[in-house]
Design a binder for this molecule. Sequence first.
Ligand code: SF4
Length: 666
Amino acid sequence: MHALAGTKLPFENQHKDDFKTNLARWIGQVFYDILPGHGYEVREEQIFIAFHIADAMCKKKVHFAEAGTGTGKTFAYLLTAIAYARLLGRPVIIACASTALQEQLAGPNGDINTLSRLLGLDVDARMAKDPRQYVCDVRVNRLTNMINKQPGSSLNEVLAWAGQTGLGERSEIPHVSDRVWASVAWNEFSFCEECSSRGFCRLVKAREHYQLARDLIVCDHGIFFDDLWTRNERIADGRRPILPACAAVIFDEGHKVILPAAMRAGRQIDQDDISSMLSFLEHLQGARTSLVSAAFAARMAASGFFDCLRQATLQDERTDRLPVRIDDRLLEAAATLRRALGILDLELQNEQELHLQAMSAARLQLYEVRIERAITAIGRLCRNRANDVVVWVERMDGSFWVVPRDLGGMLKKHLYKQNIPVVFSSATLSSGGDFSYIARTLGLEDPSGVSVGSSFEFDRQAMIYLPRRFPPDSQKAGLSLAVRRLVALLRLAGGRALVLTNSPAEVREIRAGLARLQLPFNLLWEDSAERGHLLRSFREDVSSVLVGAGFWEGIDVPGEAATLLVIWKLPFPPNDPLIEARRQEAREQGLDPVTAVDYPEMSLKLKQGCGRLIRKSDDRGAIAVLDPVLGTPWQQLVMEALPTGAKVVHRPEDLTVLKAQTDHAN
Ligand code: SF4
């Protein structure tokens, strides 16, 4: 460690060896004196977690910082992040789960600006947004030349905006649909390195801007992994890495990193995309016969492969990633496609070398990249009978994904070996303080970890309803009892409920159960409208009831609208290929996949779901779990995931917290 000239630490520090002690003293001063002096309410749990993060970062550890809802963990990690960046003269990277969370942290009214103002620090924090959040001038120019100008169309509005915007960011035109935005935004086939508009490009300028951040770079998980997996290759090719060298990494919502890590390391093949490219090549004016024949053969092979893939795809409504049965037929079709694409790739290279003008250089390059990516993906599938990869078909668009199986090993090699502090921060990392599941998932053998509960007073603010009786075997009787219980709870709470399910099938189940009843509140069904609209209605129409599978995390509804939280069924994980890979890994380590994977997965998701109920210190409410818990093998895990200290009752009418709230509402 070395203090750099011109980089001012937020506290006196004469010698580098004193940094840890002085940092701890400063953190104490901030939480005990400065913030309360500005009227800011600090919590013991927050101070505790802040000291532990400081200690772990000074010792360059990989550390889990679990802090329950309302703890204020962002301030807890920001203090050390700012000081540590200044000590080393390199920024600390904070990777968030979404662009919205980046804004919450580093936007004009975000936590960083607030802290900077309260402490009188001039914190230099810059956002590294996903490149898809920026307009691409090349695409704008192409579209402007191609389309008929229709006054009033949203595409025209975007094109007009693109001509005037300074930043070129998606957030400047939030009302434009994702589909229209995608037609003008950067995408993975924008070749920035060779672009003649580089000098004026807003994306390039934004990248240059965040590269120079002194204290903090706030990116999203996707960009972080894009950088991590391509960093060495970029440096070897003489290209600049996506993110600058950093002093440390902090993952906000650290429980969510595996999916973006997998997707950014993987390859995606889309049938429509491949077919339209091959069809274009087949009908290319003036193209050589050998190129046309190669394109035709590849199109036939692609069609054969996707036919086999459809037959091998297993349907499961509970996951967006559909598992694929890898059999000889699929592998044979994949090998045929790979060979055909290899021949086509050679043809395209010849085309380039012979300078035949059958297609533009940009399109040729674009197609070559697409074909090479498809070859890589199919090659990974064919190798070792797909034992080294995880594959799935994306439910939404039918695209085929191939991602490396050993993400833990990749994290070890690319991240942990850098010998910089890495902090995973979240409200849900452990099962009852045990981090072993998330540690195994992230390829960690001996991480440090600290868990603190929520700052809310659950004994006063929340109650839990766990039914004792369930019909022994009959599914039908079980469903009808669950519906009766749900109706009783909703009537007791006067609506004002969030009902969490695990699949669209469960939503349909509840809908059918409530269909004939006249209930005095609105029912908002997940499949009936766009998510943002539903959430707005749920917040504004306080007595409404929102039912869906997509609200276990990432939603914040403080106040009375979410007075009752119903867990329709416990969230045991579905047949998701990424989870199945973990089950397989557990088997290989001699562990029982049910207790080593399914139980902790369920417990973490349940904990996230329960975190939707109490969002502020004056919120009150009840959680009802309508699935068997008492006397089951998972009872203890469920109890650990439920709010600590909340009173447990076994009859809806004993949920006094609901009655008190109903009286208050009346
Ligand atoms: S540099 Fe990249 S994003 Fe910018 S205009 Fe060129 S291709 Fe588009």
